[in-house]
Design a protein around this ligand. Structure first.
Ligand SMILES: CC(C)(COP(=O)(O)OP(=O)(O)OC[C@H]1O[C@@H](n2cnc3c(N)ncnc32)[C@H](O)[C@@H]1OP(=O)(O)O)[C@@H](O)C(=O)NCCC(=O)NCCS
Length: 165
């Protein structure tokens, strides 16, 4: 298994990442403690945190943030500036005023199934599943599970009354 991306690009921070074959990582990325499957492409200004898992043949577009607790399947398109969330009620400090540690909050796990697409600027709340082949519209806020093959949009994201084309 390779211990680096297949391409060269300046200004990447890569620490303790499990790479598949032929992974391409562009500049100004910050990847640590995550895994990335074969042939996946990671755009500029993407951060992927410890504990996140990305499948094979995915496209992760620029300016996206993928946090701990996120599992992305194979062939998934993640648009520009997609934000994942893993803490529903975040606080800076714990009781007593000290900064929170990992023990002070509940990690919510999220799954994006194979072949799904997440539109640019969408926000994916923690603890949801976006089903296989589903499409999340640009700018949507996903608060509930999205059925496989569905197209959802809006805030909160819903399947529209009259279906999309
Ligand atoms: C959700 C989406 C797939 C729907 O596409 P579509 O089926 O062709 O839908 P239409 O463009 O025909 O729009 C149908 C209706 O939904 C609305 N709509 C479309 N996209 C929307 C969105 N992201 N959020 C809210 N409403 C949306 C339209 O305004 C239209 O409403 P109207 O009938 O009242 O005018 C698409 O608009 C979208 O957001 N795709 C994501 C694109 C993206 O982020 N790409 C990233 C790489 S560039």
């Amino acid at each position: 298994m390779p211990d680096a991306p297949s391409n060269d690009a300046p200004y990447r921070l890569i620490d303790d990442v499990e790479f598949g074959e032929n992974v391409v990582v562009y500049s100004f990325t910050n990847l640590y403690g995550c895994s990335i499957g074969d042939d996946t492409r990671i755009g500029t200004f993407v951060e992927i945190q410890r504990g996140a898992r990305i499948g094979a043949a995915c496209k992760i577009q620029s300016h996206t943030f993928i946090c701990d607790g996120i599992t992305i399947g194979d062939g998934v398109f993640v648009g520009h500036g997609v934000m994942f969330i893993n803490d529903k009620r975040p606080r800076a400090t714990a009781d007593g005023g000290a900064l929170q540690t990992e023990d002070d909050w509940e990690l919510l796990e999220t799954t994006i199934e194979d072949g799904a697409s997440l539109g640019s600027g969408s926000v994916i709340l923690g603890g949801v599943t976006v089903g296989a082949g589903a499409i999340v519209g640009a700018g949507a806020v996903v608060t509930r599970d999205v059925p496989a093959g569905a197209t959802v949009a809006g805030v909160p994201a819903r399947v529209p009354d009259s279906s999309f084309a």
